[in-house]
Design a protein around this ligand. Structure first.
Ligand SMILES: *Cc1c(COP(=O)(O)O)cnc(C)c1O
Length: 395
């Protein structure tokens, strides 16, 4: 190279060089980069083929910030590895399409998250994959459906009636029939339940909810073995629904306070649910820590540290009663999503379950006046006051 000074635009690009840092920082740096440089062509060829460690491309091939996030999730769920995704739905989609091919059958429990239900009934059948829905409480029905299935899929705590899956019994059935077992652990979070202990091979989270915890991020993650991760990664590289480094950073920042937040979400929800259950305008509370919940016994085993921050309240007065309760709230917001700082509510019959015929909806345990509550981190006495005044306003 001559002594000629490089041009302005070349210097504007190449003068920005990350200084080498050999000190730890409490905040994991964000590698806001799509690509990584190699010393020679062979290094590139070997790294992109995963024959040697290193980074190639942030979409699925890896990124140091994503690695750090995946490592903390694997550590908290007690698995060998984890794979991050752009959303909870991208995680579910990648899991199902990695494990099932045209002609295959997935067995899933009936009370599915709405997006998963829609993927199962509207999208996968177009590609020759069927999803057979079973009652997760009926272990005989689950065992009868398992032989030949490509995957079993359930949720630790199901929406909106807060059914708790007997992961111990379900995991044992899956191992008996050698069917890979997956669970959406979003509502419990790894602070309250680690399904890998019961033999679950894939433990999924929408990090949008408790792991992120602050209503400022969309993401998903699946904790699994390193072989499981390779299968997911191979699909994700081709389908592209992978997490961005900044979202991994937000999720990690959320996780650093997850245990403390879950204690508060759980203690507030338990305290409020028990008090609302006494209110004359409340017909029923769905919260698995209350003895009135059908899964109370299962929850005592599967969720020994508490039943989490979500409950549902059946307000008297049907659809009008449920909506009037939501409209009367001042501190709690009417909004979708869950698991963050703010208390959020939604009337199920008119929103998440609007496509259900009323009879089918009621048969699924979702009454006309049912309102789902995600208890936030506000002072619980303020939330109880707010909910009590809103109940009075439904009279
Ligand atoms: C929100 C949610 C999802 C989907 O996650 P997104 O991040 O919104 O794609 C899946 N499962 C459960 C239980 C959820 O609450």
């Amino acid at each position: 190279m001559s002594e000629r000074r490089r041009g302005f635009q070349t210097r504007a690009i190449h003068a920005a060089v990350a200084p080498p840092v050999d000190q730890q920082t409490p905040s994991v740096p964000i590698y806001q980069t799509s690509t990584f440089r190699f010393d020679d062509a062979d290094a590139y060829a070997d790294t992109i083929a995963f024959r040697r460690p290193g980074y190639t491309y942030t979409r699925g091939y890896g990124n140091p910030t994503l690695d750090a996030f995946e490592a903390v999730v694997a550590e908290l769920e007690g698995t060998g590895a984890a794979m991050s995704f752009a959303s909870g739905m991208a995680a579910i989609h990648t899991l199902w399409t990695s494990l099932a091919s045209s002609g295959d059958r997935i067995v899933a429990t009936r009370a599915l998250y709405g997006g998963a239900f829609s993927l199962a009934t509207n999208v996968l059948p177009r590609f020759g994959v069927t999803v057979e829905l079973v009652d997760g409480r009926d272990l005989e029905a689950v065992a009868a459906a398992l032989p030949g299935a490509a995957l079993f899929y359930t949720e630790t705590i199901a929406n909106p009636t807060m059914d708790v899956a007997d992961l111990e019994a379900l995991g044992a059935r899956c191992r008996e029939h050698a069917v890979p077992a997956a669970v959406d652990n979003t509502f419990a979070s790894p602070a309250l339940c680690n399904p890998a202990e019961y033999g679950f091979d894939f433990v999924l989270h929408s990090t949008t909810k408790y792991l992120g915890g602050h209503h400022d991020h969309i993401g998903g993650v699946i904790a699994c073995s390193s072989e499981g991760r390779e299968a997911l990664r191979s699909t994700a590289i081709d389908t592209g629904g992978t997490m961005a480094p900044f979202d991994a950073w937000l999720a990690m920042r959320g996780i650093s306070t997850l245990g403390i937040r879950m204690e508060r979400h759980t203690s507030s929800a338990a305290w409020i649910a028990a008090r609302l259950a006494e209110h004359p305008r409340v017909e029923r509370i769905h919260y698995a820590a209350l003895p009135s919940h059908p899964d109370h016994g299962v929850a005592a085993r599967i969720l020994p540290n508490g039943a989490g921050g979500m409950f549902a309240v059946e307000v008297a007065g049907g659809v009008d009663g449920g909506k009037a309760f939501c409209d009367g709230l001042e501190l709690a917001w009417i909004a979708t999503s869950l698991g963050g700082t703010h208390t959020l509510v939604g009337h199920a019959a008119s929103t998440t379950h609007r496509q259900y015929p009323p009879e089918a909806r009621r048969a699924a345990g979702i009454s006309d006046g049912l309102v789902r509550v995600s208890v936030g981190l506000e002072d619980p006495a303020d939330l109880l006051d707010d909910m009590t005044q809103a109940l009075e306003a439904t009279r």
